[in-house]
Each structure stands twice: as structure tokens, then as C-alpha cells.
Design a protein. Sequence first.
Length: 158
Amino acid sequence: MALQPVATYAATASPPSGTSVSFLASIDFNGQTVPINTGDISNGIKNLVFSLSSPVDIGSIANFLNYLNTNLGLPLSWPELDGYIQQIPDDPAFLGDFKNAIEQIATTDLIITVLNINVAAGTFTLGVSFPIDLQLTSFLTINSIGVLVNKPGTTTSP
């Protein structure tokens, strides 16, 4: 029995059935390596799925405001915002606690925990969190605060 040659990948113009192709990259963000991947693109870029491979620490809101102020001319910097926060009275106690919570959130690093963009499905998911140590009472402490934004895809009827 003679062996038959198999068509090369280049001759078929697409990967064999069941094969997926993804692009992976690492980018540098403020000295931090951020791995990203596209998901399967074997059926073309219209099926692009961009996913963050691991959480990314993008720094504090205070640092981000200063960056935007210095580099993009945002008319608000952290010292200005902090000045507004300092105008919140410390008394009654709940206002002082509120002011401390705002300061802690603004100076704690923001972490992007989830980022997923699916072009074909029209979906978008972004999750961010602030790791904090905010003691509300002797028995209740908040360890982190987060937000998850999800835009579901749109379906069209034939």
C-alpha cells in the first residue's frame, strides 16, 4: 500500500476542520507585562474575540487623573479632586467615614479583572475592582469593591 500525499495547509486556504488559530501577544503597560489573546480567528477577523488573559493593575485613580491632566490636558488633577474631598466635614462621623472611603478608593490601585470583546456576537464585558481594607464596624470589613459591565449581543431575526 502506497502512502498518499496530504494537501498542505497552504493549498487548502484554511486550517483543517476542528483546528483553531489564535494570536497571542504581550504588551507592556507601565512596566507590567499584559498577556492578551484573540480567541479563534480561523474563520476571519469578523469572528474576533479579544480577551484579557490575566488581571491588570492600572494604578490608582489619583495617578490616572494626574496622567490624564499632564498628558491629555484633562482639567482636573488629583490634588484638585483631593481638595474637594477634604472639604467634606469629618463630623458627623458618617461623613468622616464617607470621606475616608472616597480617599481610600481614589488612592488604591484599580485592577481590570475581566475584559472580553466578541465582535461576532456583539458582546462586551468589563470588570474592575478596587482592593481595599475598609472596616465599617468591629465585625464588618470590605475587602474589595468591584463593578462588572456586560453588554449582551444583539440578535437579528431572518
